[in-house]
Design a protein around this ligand. Structure first.
Ligand SMILES: Cc1cc2nc3c(=O)[nH]c(=O)nc-3n(C[C@H](O)[C@H](O)[C@H](O)COP(=O)(O)OP(=O)(O)OC[C@H]3O[C@@H](n4cnc5c(N)ncnc54)[C@H](O)[C@@H]3O)c2cc1C
Length: 428
């Protein structure tokens, strides 16, 4: 039977960060990962479109504070914000400059109004402005697209606390290879699905299809969707508050699709250019697009919230059909000539048994859940990490990475060695 100082469950950003910290401290370590690769919800498809395409995490947000920014320095990061442009349609025509200015003003109004309503127990949707020509479009963008869920489903304070700003970096080679490079040389066991954690004794026993591993401390980084669904059985059961926190931080769904150009037509969109449309209802299944990143001949399409869940579990065809129908709204039959209907890149995160969604939001009234979930148990012997645990950078790689470092620090503290190298008793 394998025995280690620290066991990490999951090799996404949180697990990789935790494992690197444990390794740097010179402790024995093992990472158990259910998939056959590292990176979790950051995965890059390098073949389908003939160019790297991030199927999950895409941007390094708020790059100035993002712990992954320095680690990505060698990957030619590009600041998307320096070339951002948006083409916004109303029906089948382009919005006029005056209408675009109104749209921008509606954004400013939305954020100012929500910030004034800060207070416990409110949903982000309750006080969002309504009735103006762009209010539903702003709510759709801020809810379904950015947060992968409707504003009504999420807590206002958490929504405000986790707002992100730029710079937003894109990597030409994708984020998957970055994370896989950061996981290189870690003691990883792939295809290892953790099913049970017995944390009642002096050592924590972890069991699954790989057998049994014992550790002095364990860091669990699986998504909250899986924790809440009981994918891992804990013995003794988790404290009610910890389990409730997992339930209070459900994953929304953002589906991303890569569409390949059929020929030279670039649909009048510049490289990195955005395309979106006005909606009358935030729940409108509208898609947003980013065209031709790095001059490559593909477009990224995004569909979020209930509309994404409705297409999950059905393979790539319905999402591709939907994306083409959306482009036809703006371009008519030209869309069918410009975009191939026989190839597309996507990953169904909603149906993925090791994700069951894209990233977390806090239910109304549950803004405190992130801190509860991120609070280590038994002085750090059992800790949870992952994007959902971060009160500031939730839903992002940055939050996942940071929370992994925190959980590792607690685990290292719980497994301190004395100067002779012997393990110290648990700190209480
Ligand atoms: C479409 C999409 C777009 C996104 N865009 C961005 C973006 O632009 N920028 C950004 O910063 N973030 C983005 N995100 C979010 C980002 O991907 C996540 O926040 C981040 O990857 C989460 O990392 P994590 O370590 O918390 O979880 P994960 O990456 O999910 O890692 C958890 C790991 O645990 C493994 N696991 C699960 N169950 C078990 C088990 N029982 N036993 C063993 N292993 C198990 C999983 O396989 C996984 O590898 C996006 C996500 C999606 C899906």
């Amino acid at each position: 039977m394998t025995q280690v100082d620290v066991l990490v469950v999951g090799a996404g950003a949180a697990g990789i960060a935790a494992a690197r910290a444990v390794r740097a401290a010179g402790r024995s370590l093992l990472v158990l990962e259910a998939r056959d690769r590292a990176g979790g919800r950051a995965r890059t498809d390098r073949t389908t479109l003939g160019a790297p395409f991030d199927l999950g995490a895409t941007w390094l947000h708020e790059a100035g504070a993002n712990p992954l920014t320095p680690l990505a320095a060698g990957a030619a990061p590009f600041d998307h914000d320096t070339v951002r442009s948006h083409r916004c349609c109303i029906g089948d025509r382009l919005a006029t400059p005056e209408e675009v200015a109104d749209y921008d003003a509606a954004y400013g109004r939305f954020h100012a109004i929500l910030a004034r309503q800060r207070g416990p127990g409110r949903s982000a949707g309750a006080g969002a402005p309504r009735g103006g020509p762009w209010d539903a479009t702003v709510a759709h963008w801020e809810g379904e697209v950015i947060c992968a869920a409707p504003l009504d489903a999420m807590d206002l304070d958490d929504f405000l606390d986790t707002q992100l700003s730029g710079p937003n970096l894109l990597l030409p080679g994708g984020l998957g290879p970055l994370l896989q490079g950061l996981a290189a040389d870690l003691p990883l066991r792939f295809g290892a699905v953790v099913e049970r954690i017995d944390w009642g004794g002096a050592r924590i026993a972890v069991e699954g299809n790989f057998g049994r591993v014992e550790a002095r401390a364990v860091v669990v980084t699986i998504p909250t969707s899986l924790l809440a669904a009981g994918a891992i059985r804990f013995d003794p059961p988790l404290p009610a508050a910890t389990l409730q926190a997992a339930h209070d931080l459900p994953l929304g769904l953002l589906s991303k699709i890569g569409l390949k150009a059929a020929g030279p037509d670039r649909l009048d969109l510049p490289d990195f250019g955005g395309l979106e449309r006005q909606v009358a209802d935030p729940a409108d299944p509208a898609m947003s697009f980013v065209a031709w990143p790095f001059g490559q001949d593909h477009v990224m399409g995004f569909l979020g919230g209930d509309a994404a869940w409705a297409l999950s579990g059905q393979g790539v065809a319905p999402l591709l059909d939907h994306a083409l129908a959306e482009l036809r709204r703006a371009y008519g039959g030209r869309a069918d000539r410009a975009i191939r209907a026989d190839v597309a890149a996507m990953h169904d995160w909603g149906a993925d048994p090791f994700a069951r969604g894209s990233y977390s939001h806090a239910r109304p009234g549950r803004a405190g859940a992130r801190r509860v979930l991120g609070t280590p148990l038994q002085d750090g012997r059992l800790g949870f990490a992952g994007e959902a645990c971060h009160p500031r950078y939730a839903a992002t790689l940055a939050g996942a990475w940071d929370s992994g470092l925190s959980a590792a620090a607690a685990a290292l503290h719980a497994t301190k060695r004395d100067s002779s190298g012997a393990l110290m008793p648990k700190v209480s």
